[in-house]
Design a protein around this ligand. Sequence first.
Ligand code: PLP
Ligand code: COI
Length: 362
Amino acid sequence: MTSTALFPMTATATPTPAAVRAARLVDPGFGRVFTDHMACARFDADQGWRGLEIVERRPLAIDPACAVLHYAQEIFEGLKAYRTVDGGTALFRPAANARRFQLSARRLAMPELPEDMFVESCRALVRAERDWIPAIEGGALYLRPFMVASETFLGVKPSAEHLYMVLAVSVGPYFKGAKAVSIWASENYTRAAPGGTGAAKCGGNYAASLVAQAEAIARGCDQVVFLDAIERRYVEELGGMNVFFVFDDGSIATPPLSDTILAGITRDSLLTLARGRGMTVREERYSLEQWRADAASGRLTEAFACGTAAVVTPIAHVKAQSGDFAIGSGGPGQVSSSLRDALLAVQKAAAPDPHAWLDRLD
Ligand code: PLP
Ligand code: COI
């Protein structure tokens, strides 16, 4: 079945005029410039998945007793479509997002969307909206697949009805103009506890992170980094990104995956690229205390955040109640820059793709 057959499209009667779109794409920022269409499907326990289509992007009419509004039974994904160097369009590892969406669904007691439906919904939407990829540095079409519990019922139980949708957003860099970011290490708030939902991409995790993110902003930082919930010592991840450390012997490290850390697809891609280059790569616990000591001694030369939105963003400063510290030269380091360039080259089809990560749509 072709993507158009799986997600048939009814085009909007009022598409955004090309000149208006072009003006919006000059400096889109992140998360505000939406395209004209969205993908939709709905699920109910009796009939399974149905109503698969690409339609005009429009507001939803939902009952005020809709389950998600009360109990936050919601999951989402984030992936990008890129313009390739040969003028084509490609998604990056959409099947990996599809699988993570299934894991998140399981954790939130939601139905699993079949992998091909997830991937085809993304492909169909990108095919419809490829003109919305900004031709600027760091420009991409960010896709936001998500699922919400839509049953009208106030008892606390897994919803029997769900809505799946994919939005497309024209984006530039997540941290505008930032060569490196500052992060706030939250020593009072935690993001995820063992047995909780930290490894799922669910809205509730982000809602719970916002007060710490607000503290980060109040301290002049761009993002918050969370420590483990048990010992309050080990670095886990940022509010919306994974974290890597680079050492003076050329090795890199990142916290190991667990049920309190989101298994980032960028994280996995960077680990694979680094191992492919023969670099020493460790997935190991690393404490804030050790991070501070290694930054001071020079053993730690770089640190960076990574994710679909952030790509690879160097971390220049860490602030914390227990003491601030600076990392390396304060700008992009050589290892972060070279891993970032290698990842972007694969995403733009400017480098070989031995792992078949690119899903080309042309
Ligand atoms: N960790 C969190 C909490 C995130 O929100 C994200 C972004 O999706 C990531 C890590 C990075 O994941 P990915 O590389 O798949 O975008
Ligand atoms: C992503 O990178 O896809 C995320 O969900 C992170 C968020 C900061 C936009």
